[in-house]
Unconditional design. Structure first.
Length: 139
């Protein structure tokens, strides 16, 4: 007899005939009990449910009645029209035409170099301008 017990995977393989019985499972009461419990669960799962023909006929009648009854929404055509209108509205809102920007203003070379010089020589970033406005004296 080996000291190692069979794993659940080994027992399942034996239950479904994928593995042959070894000496341990023949002599170990614990592994044999686990294998017997697995076999009982397998037989219970394979057994068809106890349903009477009257119960099944009632289920079928209820299903056919539900299919015949119209739903809460008037029709699938109205649903498709509503979906299409929503898609068109969303497309208009998302892809609405944006007016083109006017032509950029013409700047002379001297004005351009002056603006660049001012930007390079300024020590403070442009983001600090609103902060200076907070501390400016009110007139």
């Amino acid at each position: 007899m080996t000291a190692r017990h069979s794993t659940d995977d080994e027992l399942i393989e034996r239950l479904y005939g994928l593995r042959t019985a070894d000496d341990h499972s023949k002599h170990c009461a614990g592994c044999a009990a686990r294998l017997a419990a697995m076999a009982r669960r397998k037989s219970l799962a394979a057994r068809p449910p106890d349903l009477s023909p009257a119960f099944l006929a009632g289920q079928r009648a209820a299903l056919e009645a539900r299919i015949a009854r119209p739903g809460w929404f008037p029709s699938w055509r109205a649903m498709s029209l509503l979906t299409g209108a929503t898609a068109v509205l969303a497309a208009i809102l998302i892809f609405r035409p944006v007016p083109r920007n006017p032509q950029p203003r013409q700047v002379s070379d001297a004005q351009l170099f002056a603006d660049i010089y001012t930007a390079v020589q300024d020590v403070e970033p442009r983001a600090a301008e609103p902060i200076h406005a907070l501390f400016a004296e009110q007139k």
